[in-house]
Design a protein around this ligand. Structure first.
Ligand code: ADP
Ligand code: AMP
Length: 227
């Protein structure tokens, strides 16, 4: 792998806080790929790989997929050519062992650059998750009220069919939130102590959250060219 000081943005926040939505916007503007572990598991499941079938059991229960397979998957993904300048990590790390593993992976490249923390109330994320729809084909994310597609159940980007994720059912959402507070919560202190954490008010509209993200990125020297 090439030079030091790549840009690695870790988007931290509860499920449904808008990380994927912002990652997709930033990836276009920054030219860095979104690396979303949830998307990688769903891709594997769609193709019925061994990893996908293993992950399904945990995803259906709203639990974390075991660290060993998750870390290996991320390591492989970050070693690909499109991550030569860095990446936007969405949904990883999700616990302390994963954060430590990520630090080790990124040590040759200057480590994690910044960790925007998506701050938003539980009732807002529950409302966002319950209306979330995802494209079966390209993974684009919509919301039935806040970000509806132009045509019902059809993806604006690729014309694919939209569906509701199995784990977006209310029973699973409750556990996913619990797992977030219990296992991912400690990462807030971990990254705060490293001086990398930047709180973002994620309850605002999509474009306002994007502007807030751009401001904290710019303050750390990650400039985004004007569109
Ligand atoms: P995460 O990746 O954190 O799980 P998503 O980006 O998938 O969250 O967003 C969850 C749901 O909320 C989606 O349906 C998305 O369209 C919607 N959403 C994302 N950001 C906002 C926002 N700022 N305001 C309203 N709805 C949003
Ligand atoms: P997400 O798409 O980020 O909401 O993730 C969906 C599900 O995938 C989670 O509830 C977990 O079961 C699994 N998952 C995603 N990322 C990770 C991770 N970093 N570690 C373990 N499991 C994960």
């Amino acid at each position: 792998m090439a030079a030091k000081n790549r840009i690695f943005i870790v988007l931290l926040g509860p499920p449904g806080s808008g990380k994927g939505t912002q990652a997709r916007i930033l990836e276009k503007q920054l030219g860095l790929p979104q690396v979303a572990t949830g998307d990688l598991f769903r891709f594997n499941l769609k193709h019925q790989t061994e990893l996908g079938l293993l992950a399904k059991k945990y995803m259906d229960a709203g639990e974390l997929v075991p660290d060993e397979v998750t870390i290996r998957m991320v390591e492989e993904r970050l070693s690909r050519e499109d991550c030569a300048q860095g990446a936007i990590l969405d949904g990883f790390p999700r616990n302390l062992p994963q954060a430590v593993a990520l630090d080790e992976m990124l040590a040759p490249y200057g480590g994690v650059t910044i960790v925007p923390l998506f701050v938003v109330e539980d009732d807002v994320v529950v409302e966002r998750i319950s209306g979330r729809r995802v494209c079966r084909n390209c993974g684009a994310v919509y919301h039935v009220r806040f970000n509806p597609p132009k045509h019902d159940n059809i993806c604006d980007v690729c014309g694919g069919e939209l569906y509701q994720r199995d784990d977006d059912r209310p029973e699973t959402v409750k556990n996913r939130l619990y797992v977030y507070y219990k296992q991912t919560g400690p990462l807030i202190g971990y990254y705060f102590a490293k001086g990398l954490l930047e709180e973002i008010d994620a309850s605002k509209a999509v474009n306002e959250v994007t502007e807030a993200l751009k401001a904290v990125l710019a303050a750390r020297g990650v400039a985004i060219p004007e569109a």
